[in-house]
Design a protein around this ligand. Structure first.
Ligand code: SF4
Length: 496
């Protein structure tokens, strides 16, 4: 009954083209086959198109996926990094995941939360508990959050909307007593919803709405998601972002769980998804995720999938996605081990990550380590370091942490931000806001070691800003300098 009540067939059908969805498996396999052994000039022409910040066609993506020549692979990596620099410069955005519920009606074979996993202790956070969790996350220094929910009537759209409002309402005095810190952007990872429910989340102030297709391959999808569950409906999930955009949510995030099926096929699926969003709404995904399957309590599949993706293949996944959808943020999470994560950020084009993450329900407030609640997590983390440690490591590598949420609050979202990203303008605003939010972090939360490295980095950034003609031409420098000084003196949350 629940399944039937959730799925609105008319909201799928309206986006089909002659009864077909946008994943044409035969065409994807044919493209992967057809563009094998690409010649060097062909690949270099495609790289140039990416450098002009243009989304690649599926055929061009298939060509890059087929590159095996080490010299060309190196050129691809360099081009991917250059694209990242053009659009995102040396910024890395941090967020914290917050799991609000592990109740789920679905039975995905790779997930510790699946309904048939009877060992799981189930709980939905009350709003008081949400406040406690958010307070603990804010006290780490975070300002952005992704709220994560299983699929269950007890945590449907009304619960999600209430919890978004609750998360925004929590304010904490900073450790130094300089004003307050709060979560300034709440993104949501939840089950696909109908348009009316998406509107509720929009009204509650949702940032980005994120749904992962898991795998775009229909047959494999059917094997992993029992047909009698909501999630068993492939197309309901496939068009979740179309419905979100129709409801007014203009920042959407797509992803696939790598390790479920052939990685080249799923990269092609993501690119087709981006194209179909462009076709219907004029903009692609705000971010793309490519989590790799990790061990999950009670899940046989997570340790025995025939499609496990190696570290080397992950680097190619990131390079190709960076080049194929150049304006989208790329997210690497604490699922990955610290070394690979660092490499994917510094050398392959990832732009967002998490740190000090806890996946247990209620684990932030109770300060539970992963080992202390092994039966309450969706999967196991590869990186359990604190936010301070990860910020310090990346600052050492020349990456400035940004907690900027200004674009969203100044209306630079959706097609507006995409245009600005493509022209490299949004990146300039982000540079200023990264420095302002990093200044806040260094003053309020950084350890002495992190502050020492961070001060050097921020001094370099200030120097660059002073020397960039764009800021002088746009007369932005006086405001920026005044905001920077006011923050240094204790004011908070000033942005451009
Ligand atoms: Fe539920 Fe998501 Fe886990 Fe599937 S992956 S069982 S939908 S929580």
């Amino acid at each position: 009954d629940w399944t039937a009540s959730v799925i609105k067939q008319a909201e799928i059908d309206k986006y089909l083209d002659g009864g077909k969805d946008f994943i044409d498996e035969e065409q994807i396999f044919a493209d992967i086959e057809k563009y094998k052994n690409p010649d060097k000039q062909q690949v270099r022409d495609i790289l140039q198109k990416s450098l002009d910040i243009k989304i690649l066609t599926p055929a061009e993506t298939a060509t890059l996926l087929n590159v095996e020549d080490p010299e060309l692979l190196h050129e691809m990596q360099e081009a991917a990094l250059e694209v990242k620099k053009k659009v995102y410069d040396n910024r890395i955005v941090f967020f914290a995941p917050l799991y609000l519920s592990n109740l789920c009606v679905n039975s995905c074979k790779y997930c510790g939360f699946r309904a048939e996993n009877k060992d799981e202790v189930r709980h939905v956070l009350t709003m008081d508990e949400v406040r406690d969790e958010v307070a603990a996350v804010i006290d780490e220094g975070h300002k952005r959050m992704i709220a994560v929910y299983g699929e269950h009537p007890k945590n449907g759209a009304d619960y999600i909307a209430d919890s978004i409002s609750t998360i925004y309402s929590v304010k904490r005095t900073t450790p130094t007593g300089n004003g307050f810190n709060n979560i300034r952007r709440v993104n949501v990872n939840a089950a696909p919803m109908e348009i009316a429910d998406m509107k509720k989340l929009w009204r509650a102030g949702i940032g980005t709405f994120q749904v992962f297709q898991e795998t775009y391959h229909r047959g494999r999808y059917a094997e992993l998601h029992p047909a009698n569950t909501v999630k068993g409906n492939y197309r309901w999930r496939l068009y979740a972002m179309h419905r979100a955009m129709e409801a007014g949510v203009d920042d959407v995030a797509i992803g696939a769980l790598f390790g479920l099926y052939d990685w080249k096929f799923d990269v092609m699926g993501l690119v087709h998804h981006a194209w179909d969003l462009e076709k219907h709404f004029g903009i692609g995904p705000h971010t793309v995720s490519f989590p790799r399957m990790q061990p999950a309590p009670g899940s046989f599949l997570s340790e025995h999938s025939p499609y496990i993706v190696s570290d080397e293949a992950m680097k190619r996944v990131v390079s190709v996605l960076r080049l194929a959808i150049p304006y989208s943020g790329l997210i690497v999470t604490a699922r990955e081990n610290p070394d690979l994560k660092r490499d994917l950020i510094n050398h392959y084009g990832c732009t967002q990550t998490d740190a000090s993450s806890k996946l247990g329900i209620g684990a932030y407030a109770k300060k539970l380590k992963q080992e202390e609640n092994p039966d309450k997590v969706q999967f196991m983390l590869g990186d359990q370091r604190s936010l301070d440690e990860v910020i310090r490591e990346l600052a050492h590598d020349g990456m400035i942490t940004s907690f900027c949420t200004a674009g969203y609050r100044c209306g630079r979202t959706g097609d507006k931000i995409m245009n600005l990203l493509e022209k490299g303008v949004e990146g300039k605003f982000c540079k200023l806001n990264a420095v302002l939010t990093f200044r806040e972090y260094l003053n309020d939360y950084a350890s002495p070691e992190t502050r020492e490295i961070g001060e050097k980095l921020i001094a370099q950034e200030l120097q660059e800003i002073e020397n960039m003609p764009f800021f002088t031409d746009k007369k932005l420098l006086p405001t920026f300098r005044s905001y920077y000084d006011r923050i240094a003196r204790g004011e908070r949350d000033l942005y451009m």
